[in-house]
Design a protein around this ligand. Structure first.
Ligand code: MSP
Length: 524
């Protein structure tokens, strides 16, 4: 089976509950993981929450509870949403976990021992919201620090620094030699430009006097670790890096480097593309051990950024309750091209679901099962073919190829497009061959068999390919078609999976239409 295909995502801040952007990223990673499993790869999917830092300390203070209690409450909200949405991960990363703390402290100890850290004083501006020291680079064209920095204060502080800048030439060389390490390519270019401008080192500590909610420095008890330095390490600490035997964590040598390291565009530079890659390099990871960063875009609201301060955050729990978790999964995968931004629109969610899942795939399933039941008592015969069934056989193979190509490139929306076009073609074949007329003419019996078989076979393939995106619904499709999708793989998309004499089940609606005017309706 080979090495484990390791997928990991950004870990979400536990200073508030999840919003639609979080849901998108997790569903995307889940779909990629399910697709990799379908390909027969051994997969490990890690995700989790980022629980330390000043934002959490402040939010907990406002709520009047201890930070640990505060993050536990928010973490539970993420966990329950992933369950609701069918996000099936193998590892859960919580940065307050002792295994993680141990690795962060070992990393700090080692970098310190090797002379890669130093203590220095800084006097200047600091963004409380971003938990970051600011330089003139961060000023806008008007010379001011923009609203993205939130409250900016002046401080004078002694901190531990990580020697970042000395790795600039390595990073540039690495990025130039490995354009494939960042997807999409325009983000690679953007990162390269940012790396060219890299100067100065990274403050990786915060004095306990103003931030206590963090991982203590192992060699200086006056400090805790800067939240990003702590959080980035989750990708290796929960993948078994420096793990003790019997830790229950995976075997790191099987795991690393991450094949798909899924993050949003806002945290590519500097966090992942600069700090994280340099941290790995400083720890002795070789160039071929760098992860592949898959950078997705943002869901916006009517062109504007979704944010807590604008009060326009879309709530995935409300949406999943109103339309069903799988309708939400489908929309989140269908209406955005991975890498680019999209505008969230509830009407489009309903429209996509109704026209593609209810009208095209659902209808195809319903008609095929009903006609086979009516004309052949549910039994298929694979003995015959006709031009129309041949055309579907050829189109199915082309569609599978296109689907695979697009999924390998993370373009889930385009893979779905290929499925829906094929499903439309199947529906057109029903119209064109009119099985209800063939059934009345005994000389057309072989053709009727050929058409019904090709429709059922097409549906089997469609359900298999849709399974990473809408896993529950496709299991139900599979049950009606009489196939066990849970045990199927991508190689089973070859034509002819349904054997001669295979019996189809009864039609039951899998994709009932949604009513845009009645969002309280639940799709089952
Ligand atoms: N805690 C840090 C990540 C640390 S990784 C070591 C963080 N958290 S976050 O909660 O702000 O964002 C988590 C992920 O959600 C990020 O990848 C971010 O890009 C993504 N998204 C946040 N808002 C989003 C949208 N509106 N749309 C799509 N993804 C969005 O950053």
């Amino acid at each position: 089976m080979g090495r484990t295909y390791y997928i990991t995502t950004a870990i979400d801040y536990a200073n508030a509950g999840p919003h639609l952007g979080h849901a998108y990223e997790k569903v995307l990673a889940d779909v990629l993981a399910r697709f990799a499993r379908l390909r027969g790869r051994k997969v490990y999917f890690l995700t989790g929450v980022d629980q330390h830092g000043q934002k959490v300390q402040i939010a907990a203070g406002k709520a009047g509870v201890a930070p640990a209690e505060f993050v536990a409450t928010n973490t539970a909200k993420f966990l329950s949403l992933w369950k609701m949405l069918g996000v099936r991960y193998d590892g859960w990363a919580e940065t307050t976990a002792p295994v993680h703390k141990r690795v962060v402290q070992s990393v700090l100890t080692r970098l310190h021992r090797e002379g890669k850290l130093y203590l220095a004083s800084y006097s200047g501006f600091y963004s409380v919201r971003q938990e970051q020291f600011l330089t003139d680079k961060e000023r806008g064209p008007d010379g001011q620090f923009g609203p993205e920095w939130g409250e900016v204060i002046q401080i004078e502080e002694k901190n531990w620094y990580f020697k970042l800048a000395e790795h600039r030439d390595w990073l540039l060389g690495f990025l130039r030699a490995h354009p494939e390490c960042v997807f999409p390519s325009y983000r690679h270019q953007e990162l390269l430009n940012a790396a060219t401008l890299l100067q100065g080192d990274l403050s990786i500590s915060r004095p306990k006097s103003r931030l206590s909610w963090g991982i203590e420095f192992p060699f200086d008890a006056d400090y805790v670790t800067f939240v990003w330095f702590d959080a980035l390490i989750n990708y290796i600490s929960f993948a078994g890096y420096l793990a003790e035997e019997a830790s229950g964590l995976p075997d790191f040598s099987e795991m690393w480097p991450a094949d798909a390291h899924v993050i949003g565009k806002d945290i590519l530079s500097p966090a992942h593309g600069i700090y994280w890659l340099i941290m790995l390099h400083a720890l002795g990871f070789r160039d071929e051990e760098m992860p592949r960063l898959v950078v997705h875009g943002f869901w916006n609201m009517a062109g504007a950024k979704m944010s807590k301060s604008l009060g326009n955050l879309a709530d995935p729990v409300t949406l999943a309750n109103a339309y069903g978790p799988e309708a939400l999964r489908y929309y989140l995968m269908r209406d955005i091209a991975t890498g680019q931004d999209a505008d969230f629109n509830e009407e489009r969610l309903v429209m996509r679901y109704n026209s593609e899942l209810a009208n095209s795939v659902g209808n195809l399933l319903n008609r095929t099962l009903n006609m086979t039941e009516r004309y052949r008592a549910g039994r298929l015969s694979s003995k015959h073919s006709c031009p129309e069934s041949e055309a579907l056989r050829v189109a199915a193979a082309t569609m599978v190829e296109e689907y695979e190509r697009q999924m390998e490139e993370f373009q889930v929306h385009a893979a779905l497009n290929a499925i829906i076009e094929f499903s439309n073609q199947c529906n057109a074949t029903i119209e064109g061959t009119a099985p209800w007329k063939l059934a009345k003419d005994s000389s057309q019996s072989a053709k009727l068999d050929a058409v019904l078989y090709s429709l059922a076979e097409s549906l089997r393939i469609i359900s298999l390919l849709l399974s990473p995106i809408v896993p529950e619904s496709t299991l139900r499709m599979g049950a009606q078609l009489g196939v066990n999708l849970a045990a199927s793989q991508l190689i089973d998309t070859g034509w002819g999976g349904l054997k001669d004499g295979h019996t189809l089940g009864k039609a039951e609606p899998v994709f009932p239409r949604l009513d845009a005017n009645r969002p309280e309706q639940t799709a089952s």
